[in-house]
Ligand binder design. Structure first.
Ligand SMILES: [Mg+2]
Length: 231
């Protein structure tokens, strides 16, 4: 048995201080000259989805050819504020202990499935010393589609190419929104929801999560759940 754990970042592993939203706003104004009006629709969505919605909500058409350039500006704006992730943000309960403990099991592979742009995902992990606990090369990231389920599929393809076939029952998506849950279910893998974001445990359960945890604070139990009983 081999297990694959796909971690969401925001509100699952950490609160990153709202730096992503700041970077998006600054990049939007730099790219369009327009004042940025915050949208409340970020949680669980991919950065490509968020960018498309942001342009649309501000009445900007014909953004599609400029999206890649826009993402570069978002990353640059994020990196100038990188220090704020640690200043304003915090890790969720049980992190990094759960990731460190799972790293001790050779049959467990950990990666990221996040709506974040990859350089931003890397910067957020680095801010809290989590770099190296997950294999970022086989992750799924926010530029890859507006639909989060595609990110899970891409990550599964990359993990399979590197490690061989995983049984669907041994693949776990861990996240805090209904989008994480539906993305897991769309790929036939296990959805573990944590109620450390803005979505209630009841709503996560109603979305079809296989299991809902209040948080990752019971390290032993979470590790037992994700690592299972190795051969
Ligand atoms: Mg999240």
């Amino acid at each position: 048995m081999r297990r694959l754990v796909m971690w969401d970042i925001d509100h699952t592993l950490m609160y990153a201080g709202g730096v992503g939203q700041m970077a998006l706003g600054a990049a939007f104004t730099a790219a369009t000259g327009l004042p940025y009006r915050e949208t409340a629709l970020m949680a669980g969505r991919t950065d490509r989805d968020i960018a498309v919605q942001t342009f649309t909500l501000h009445g900007v058409a014909d953004y599609e050819p400029h999206l890649d350039g826009f993402f570069d500006v978002v990353v640059a704006e994020f990196l100038t504020r990188q220090h704020l992730v640690r200043e304003k943000g915090h890790l969720m309960p049980g992190v990094p202990d759960v990731l460190t403990a799972l790293g001790g099991w050779p049959h467990v592979v950990q990666t990221l499935v996040t709506g974040n742009l990859r350089p931003i995902a890397e910067a957020k992990l680095a801010a809290f010393g989590l770099t190296g606990l997950v294999d970022m090369e086989i992750g799924g990231y926010g530029t890859e589609d507006v639909v989060r389920a595609t990110l899970v599929r891409r990550s599964l393809e990359r993990a399979t190419a590197l490690h061989g076939e995983f049984s669907a029952a041994d693949v776990f998506v861990v996240g805090d929104t209904v989008h994480d849950v539906t993305a897991a279910l769309a790929n036939g893998v296990t959805a573990i929801a944590v109620a450390t974001g803005g979505t209630t445990a009841a709503d996560l359960a109603a979305a079809g999560a296989h299991m809902v945890l209040d948080d990752l604070g019971d390290v032993e139990a979470v590790v037992r759940l994700l690592a299972g009983a190795p051969d």
